[in-house]
Design a protein around this ligand. Sequence first.
Ligand code: HEM
Ligand code: HEM
Length: 180
Amino acid sequence: MQASHSPHRYNAAARWLHWIIALLIIAAYALILSRGEFARGSPARTLVVQSHFWAGIAVLILAIPRVFNRRAHGAPAITPPLSSVMQKLAWLTHLLLYLFLFAQPLLGILTVWLGRGAIPVPLTELHIASPFAVNKDLAGEIREVHETLGELFYYVIGLHLLAALLHHFVRRDDTLKRML
Ligand code: HEM
Ligand code: HEM
C-alpha cells in the first residue's frame, strides 16, 4: 500500500473515513425512511429507528478524526488543476458537507434527549441518559430542523456525487481516483 503515501491521493485513513462515513449516512437515510414499512410500536420498527440513531452517532464520532486528519494532511492536488471558480465551489460544498457531519447527528441527539430523556442502545436495556431536562416542545422544533436539513442535503450530497462523476467521466481528471 505504498500508494497510500502518494501526494496524488488522500491518505489511507482519509479515504477509509470518507467511504465509511458515506456508507453510514446512506444507512442512516435508508433506515429512517424505511420505518414506515413496520407497524408502529413493533420491535422491528424500534430496531430500525434506534439503528438510525446509532448510524448517525457513528458519523459524529468518525467525523472528529476525519477533521484532524484533513487539517494535518490537507487535500492532494488535482491534475489538471481546477479553475479558481471551481476550487471555490468545491471548497464551499465540502465545507457544507463537513458542517452536516456534525450538525445533523447533534440535532438528532438533541431531539431524542429532549424528547425522551435518553438514547436507547438497540437490543439492550442500556441507554445514554440526557444531561438536559425533557422538553418536548423544543424537541419537536429541533426535530423539524433535523428533518429539513436531512431533506436539503439530498441536494448537496447529490451535487457532490454528480461533481465526482463529472470530474471522472467528463473532465477526466484525477479527483475521484484521489479518493479511491
Ligand atoms: C448523519 C446522520 C443523520 C442523518 C443523515 C439523519 C437523517 C434523518 C432524516 C432524513 C430524517 C427524517 C425522516 C423522514 O422525514 O421520514 C430523520 C429523522 C429523525 N432522526 Fe435523524 N439523521 C441522522 C442522525 C440522527 C441521530 C444521531 C439521531 C439521534 C440520536 C437522529 C434522530 C432522529 C429522529 C428522532 C428522527 C425522527 C424520527 C421519527 O419521526 O420517527 N438522527 N433523520
Ligand atoms: C456516495 C458517493 C460519493 C462519492 C462518489 C464521493 C466522492 C468524493 C471525491 C471524489 C472527493 C474528493 C474531492 C476533492 O478532493 O475535491 C470527495 C471528498 C469529500 N466528500 Fe465525498 N463522495 C461521496 C459521498 C460523500 C458523502 C455522503 C459525504 C458526506 C455527507 C461526503 C463528504 C465529502 C467531503 C467532506 C469531502 C472533502 C474532502 C476534503 O476535505 O478534501 N462524500 N468525495
